[in-house]
Ligand binder design. Structure first.
Ligand SMILES: Nc1ncnc2c1ncn2[C@@H]1O[C@H](COP(=O)(O)OP(=O)(O)OP(=O)(O)O)[C@@H](O)[C@H]1O
Length: 573
């Protein structure tokens, strides 16, 4: 079957991306890979600069605004989207006919099929100096999940931004571009540009991802944009983005999300001494990412693009996993399993005061006093028990009935897509063998390694070498910085080349959470643990606003050299 892959061709400044020619060359050199790697028809390899990386917030960039087209109509139904500064916009009836939040996911899929557009690229955006994700836009062989797309987000009940959006919704119907002031370009990626935006007159700030429909259609990326929106719509988790609203004009698809002023973990890592985080900080960040991945897997979503660039830092220093356009949806049956032998797993720690035990859910931990550095990030005990009572007897470990475990791993998912970022690609993706949820645990291992050591383990002098290394080179650890045995042991468990033998292959995040590296982590209350670093507040009023930010006459986004890329297409098989 000829599968069409769309692979970006980086400019000379750009960081690694998978090109068809690189993979074709790999095929020629390795008889084993020849059987499995995708074939490329493209003869045009690119120079890669492995040192350069994504710059997230490009302060001082010249900023361009999407056109606020007063006569814009929604192509899906032809309804007029009014342009007015007094916040008049679509009527309630048209809203419900458009992308109503009350519709189910099936309806949304069909709505997205209506999106049309075939013109030139206005923006082929991938950040410059970016370690970019590559993807093949092929249909995955896995079953599509029945994600519930309810937009009632119980965790947002007291969120002023959520309330502000709901007020607009109640007053004007579906929020539109005219309700927002785009203040600053925060970054751009493969399918869109992200702007810091204010819901006009509210001082409520958001990150608005603006995607050009014609550009998406021309590059066959409408499905990716649709996937991202559908996934965002069903998320309600402290470490995942809140989609406050979404809308479209005749030209643009817009997603309105929480703004993360702390930048991304890649940028933050560069600022650390030695360009790597302390082990304690790493434990915090990867623990939060693990919970986010666990939640995604529970919903039948395989993330597939974990890398520090996609882990953003919120206002409060906690993380937000972003960017779902490469994610795969599949079926999953979360199951509660009562284990009979909690000590059968060699990676599992054997500690009677481990934090998944009820004793760790200390009531005082939900008090405000909890919000101090690491207060919820160390072993916790019943405060009512004396030290003597807490002291474990030698045989206690074997007598305690293990708690039931929730297994939410979409183990049956299979995809043939070539997606990800070179240094983070799992061997089974490179070999084209078909992959499932275990790719997220591989990338989790690479992510952990990079945060601890300041570099990824298989990076070569170019992308081709990197791919070879991922498949064939054994895992090695540098001598410096010094990293604990527990961290290395976890990485070893995750970076097993055969997915079937990889940690978490069967039981997902549950297995990883029980690893000794996470000893002392109070999983239920990480969200109230003190983060390693809290970003400085952004003085929005002082930001150099982009021209036209306060008016309704904005200019459309055009090719931004810092984000622009060329895209190559090749056949996989
Ligand atoms: N919520 C946010 N808050 C702050 N900045 C953000 C936010 N979301 C995205 N950004 C910035 O915008 C950039 C592009 O966003 P994003 O990665 O979602 O775009 P994309 O087109 O999906 O990219 P990719 O090529 O990785 O798929 C990010 O690298 C980040 O710098």
């Amino acid at each position: 079957m000829a599968l069409k892959a769309v692979i970006s061709k980086p400019s000379s400044q750009h960081q690694s991306k998978a090109t068809g020619s690189q993979i074709a060359k790999l095929n020629k050199f390795d008889p084993f890979l020849l059987r499995t790697l995708p074939k490329s028809a493209n003869p045009n390899p690119s120079n890669q600069n492995l040192e350069s990386r994504k710059q997230t917030t490009q302060q001082g960039d010249s900023l361009e605004l999407p056109q606020l087209d007063g006569s814009a109509s929604l192509e899906s139904n032809g309804d007029q989207e009014k342009n007015s500064s007094d916040l008049n916009c679509a009527t309630d009836s048209s809203v419900s006919a458009k992308l109503s939040d009350e519709t189910d996911s099936v309806t949304k899929i069909s709505e997205c099929a209506k999106i049309s557009g075939q013109a030139d690229f206005l923006e082929s955006a991938k950040s410059s100096m970016c370690r970019a994700s590559a993807s093949s836009d092929v249909s995955d062989g896995s079953t599509c999940s029945s994600i519930s797309s309810s937009l009632s987000k119980p965790h947002k009940a007291n969120d002023s931004r959520w309330e502000a959006i709901q007020r607009v919704r109640a007053r004007d119907g579906m929020p539109s571009l005219s309700h927002f002031r785009l203040l600053k370009k925060l970054g751009c990626g493969d399918i869109g540009s992200v702007y810091l935006s204010e819901l006009s007159g509210t001082r409520c700030y958001f990150a608005m991802k603006v995607m050009d429909k014609n550009s998406l259609a021309g590059r066959k990326k409408l499905v990716r944009a649709q996937t991202e929106r559908e996934i965002l719509q069903c998320l309600d988790h402290p470490f995942l983005p809140t989609l406050y609203t979404h809308f479209e004009t005749d030209k643009f698809l817009c997603l309105v999300m929480e703004f993360c002023p702390g930048g991304d973990l890649h940028t933050l890592r560069q600022r650390q001494p030695g360009k790597h985080f302390s082990e304690q900080a790493v434990k915090f960040y990867v623990a939060e990412v693990l919970l986010a991945l666990e939640y995604l897997h529970m919903l039948g979503i395989i993330y597939r693009d974990l890398k520090p660039e996609n882990v953003l830092v919120r206002e409060d220093g906690h993380i937000m996993l972003s960017d779902f356009d490469l994610s795969l949806r599949c079926s999953v049956s979360p199951t509660l399993i009562k284990s009979t032998n909690s000590n059968s797993d060699p990676h599992r720690k054997n500690n009677p005061v481990y934090c998944v035990q009820p004793a760790c859910i200390e009531p005082s931990c939900i008090q405000p006093s909890c919000i101090v550095p690491t207060s919820c990030f160390s072993p916790r005990f019943f405060s009512s028990k004396s030290k003597k009572q807490r002291k474990p007897k030698p045989e206690v470990g074997n007598q305690v009935t293990p708690l039931p475990e929730l297994i939410a791993e979409p183990t049956d998912a299979r995809s043939m897509s070539f997606v990800g970022t070179h240094e983070y690609l799992a061997p089974e993706i490179i070999k084209g063998e078909g992959h499932g949820s275990a790719v997220d645990w591989w990338t989790f291992g690479i992510f952990l390694y990079e945060l601890l050591f300041g570099r990824t383990p298989f990076r070569g002098s170019g992308n081709r070498v990197t791919l070879f290394n991922v498949v064939g080179q054994p895992l090695r650890f540098p001598e410096a910085p010094s990293v604990s045995f527990a961290a290395k042991d976890l990485i070893k468990g995750l970076l097993v080349k055969e997915p079937q033998n990889r940690l978490a292959y069967k039981r997902g995040a549950t297995e990883i959470k029980q690893h000794i590296f996470f000893e002392g982590v109070n999983w239920a209350l990480i969200r109230c643990a003190g983060p390693p670093e809290i970003p400085k507040p952004v003085e929005i009023e002082r930001l150099p606003l982009i021209s036209g930010a306060s008016s309704s006459k904005n200019t459309p986004p055009v090719n931004d050299q810092k984000c622009a890329d060329n895209y190559l297409e090749f056949d996989f098989f």
